[in-house]
Design a protein around this ligand. Structure first.
Ligand code: GRF
Length: 219
């Protein structure tokens, strides 16, 4: 199946940003949204209270809600609640920006080809929650970043953009992750903007960029 995600036209596409912690990727989306003129963050949703990302939403004057993972009996009911909040705020896409939960199939079907995740490795290498540590332990010379659409498997959906990051001999997980995040903060807003502009076409595992590419897109 081939689908074009997001929408074309001049109005901005409303998105929800899902977080679990620090929210530096959320901050990059906030900082870029005026310049990119294509998406508007309508709500920030956290799976836990008292995380820095919620303060960032507050400082940016963006609505935020906590959907506390610990208060739900199942992944399905938790995921339904996330989608309900996003839809109540009018979101037409979800961006998982350091969101450490796996959404249910039902949630993925409610936002078909409209959920974007950022992952700190060159997928399909090193999926999962410890991608940076696992890349270091494996001894790779190069790792990187993947921005992708979310499907029903973890860290698996069609790839929107990737960029490599060299591993240095003296790297530890913190230093490597810091350089990776620097790149994430550039790639993620560009991918979300492309989605919002209707510039990404999903064809099976392949994502085709329309008039602009990650390299040529302007900040
Ligand atoms: C990012 O490195 C992201 O790739 C991973 O979790 C980290 C979240 O960082 N999934 P932040 O909360 O956006 O600062």
């Amino acid at each position: 199946m081939t689908t074009t995600s997001g929408a074309s036209g001049s109005s901005r596409i409303p998105i929800a940003v899902l977080i679990s912690g620090n929210g530096s990727n959320l901050q990059s989306l906030v900082d870029a949204q005026e310049a990119l003129e294509s998406y508007e963050i309508v709500v920030v949703i956290s799976d836990r209270p008292d995380v820095q990302g919620l303060d960032r939403a507050h400082d940016a004057d963006i609505a935020s809600e906590v959907v506390d993972w610990n208060l739900f009996e199942s992944r399905v009911s938790f995921s339904d609640a996330i989608c309900d909040v996003a839809e109540r705020h009018g979101a037409r896409g979800l961006v998982l920006a350091g969101f450490m939960r796996i959404l249910s199939s039902n949630a993925i079907n409610r936002f078909t080809d409209a959920i974007i995740n950022v992952h700190p490795s060159l997928l399909p290498a090193f999926p999962g929650a410890h991608a940076v540590e696992n890349a270091l332990a494996y001894g790779v010379a190069t790792t990187g970043i993947t921005v992708h659409f979310v499907d029903e498997q973890v860290d698996h959906g069609p790839i929107i953009s990737q960029e490599s990051v060299m591993v240095r001999p003296d790297d530890d997980a913190a230093s490597l992750h810091s350089r990776i995040q620097h790149v994430e903060h550039r790639l993620l807003p560009l991918a979300v903007a492309a989605f919002a502009q209707g510039n990404l076409t999903v064809d099976g595992r392949h994502v085709r960029w329309g008039t602009s590419t990650p390299e040529t897109e302007k900040r």
